[in-house]
Design a protein around this ligand. Structure first.
Ligand SMILES: [Zn+2]
Length: 390
């Protein structure tokens, strides 16, 4: 059985293709000191396929060994006030809905322990997280009494005492054997009625909005409500709530243990088949339209925003089509004088645009279109502006 031949959720053979990106950076957010290092950055292929039975979408070319060699990156989402508010509300809600006052909580893939600390803050007595990436690292989030991190992969036989909930956020999309983790959790729970909470990027939203920038090598699996329900039912959980949150970008699932139903297939799978195929066609059409527009451009283009969206887009165009791109513009001074992986575009400060004098500015976040075009025009420049959709 391999990711190329069989579905990792339901083991059905012969997945069908949805969308492909060749030679993309393993870690798309990682910037490099110079062009040579950026071109030599670890890369891999993405071939999204869909299971003909359960409609799980995954990268059939994903190689877990490549992730072991990739340099780490900081996922600093919780520095954003919006994300902080989301996490606070989630922690308070879980303590209340799962009745966790004075109880013991486990988190799989806890990172720096930010969410463990929030759970304790909102009433959990103790919170233990598992995360091998925390080996030898300091974090302020274990200062609270009862909060601890075990810097290892989660295994149910490590749990020494009864627990009252298992949480797992933004982990499942990185796993090539997700069913094994769910079955291990189910074994650990045994006959008790212990609730679980899983949160993943919402692939239903990604497919519907044709957000091709969310197709990144780090993610082997793309979960929809249908496929995550199938996974859970097969492993012995019944979802009690499956919701989109955080501007529809996350899929949030609460579930309770039940008898495993190893033949379960969610009825929502048929709709996902259609949506996924439409996504592939629309994403390819959009890339072709950009390649055509850039090939006719007499002059230089820049992308405003050196985040994963701009970097994924530039790499997806391919070296030849991306030739008119001169740079990525970013406000963050820590990114300046660094180079984007793969496509090897330099990241520059906005004021550098006066010497570069681009003819086209591609804006990676539509929310900032008015602000960015005003700023560029105030420099005395008169390029065309376009927004990357999705
Ligand atoms: Zn399947």
């Amino acid at each position: 059985m391999s990711l190329a031949s069989h579905c990792p959720v339901c083991n059905t053979p012969a997945p069908g293709p949805v969308f492909a990106l060749g030679n993309v950076p393993i870690i798309c957010n990682q910037l490099w000191p110079d062009t040579d290092a950026a071109r030599a950055a670890p890369a891999g292929d993405v071939t999204l396929v869909i299971c003909p039975a359960c409609a799980f979408v995954w990268n059939a070319d994903f190689d877990p060994a490549k992730m072991h060699y990739a340099p780490g990156y900081e996922n600093a989402l919780h520095f954003s006030p919006r994300f902080q508010a989301f996490a606070e509300e989630l922690a308070a809600g879980l303590v209340s809905r799962f009745d966790l006052h004075g109880k013991h909580v486990i988190e799989i893939g806890c990172g720096d322990g930010h969410f463990l600390d929030l759970m304790a803050q909102h009433g959990a007595a103790t919170a233990t997280g598992f995360d091998p990436s925390m080996e030898g690292k300091e974090t302020p989030f274990t200062a609270r009494e009862g909060v601890e991190i075990v810097p290892e992969y989660f295994r149910s036989d490590q749990l020494e005492r009864p627990f009252d909930a298992i949480l797992c956020r933004h982990v499942l999309e990185h796993l090539d054997t997700p069913l094994a983790l769910m079955q291990d959790i189910r074994r650990a729970i045994g006959p008790r009625d212990v609730p679980i909470y899983f949160e993943v990027p919402n692939a239903g939203w990604m497919l519907e909005t044709v957000s091709m920038w969310d197709v990144i090598y780090e993610h082997v699996g793309y979960w929809t409500a249908a496929s995550i329900t199938t996974l859970m039912r097969r492993a012995g959980f019944v979802p009690t709530s499956v919701q989109a949150g955080y501007g529809d970008q996350f899929l949030m699932v609460e579930a309770r243990p039940a008898t495993p139903n190893p033949a379960y297939l969610d009825p929502g799978a048929a709709q996902v088949q259609q949506t996924a195929r439409a996504f592939g066609q629309a994403a390819n059409a959009e890339l072709e339209a950009w390649r055509s527009r850039l090939s006719k451009l007499d002059g230089k283009a820049v992308i405003w925003g050196a985040g994963s969206k701009g970097i994924t887009f530039a790499n997806a165009l391919g070296t030849q089509a991306a030739a008119p791109l001169a740079a990525l513009v970013d406000l963050n001074p820590r990114k300046h004088r660094l180079t984007a992986p793969g496509i090897a575009l330099p990241v520059i400060a906005p004021d550098t645009l006066t010497t570069l004098a681009p003819d086209l500015v591609l804006i990676s976040n539509a929310l900032y279109e008015a602000e960015i075009s005003a700023q560029v025009r105030a420099m005395g420049l008169t390029p065309d502006f376009a927004v990357l959709a999705g």
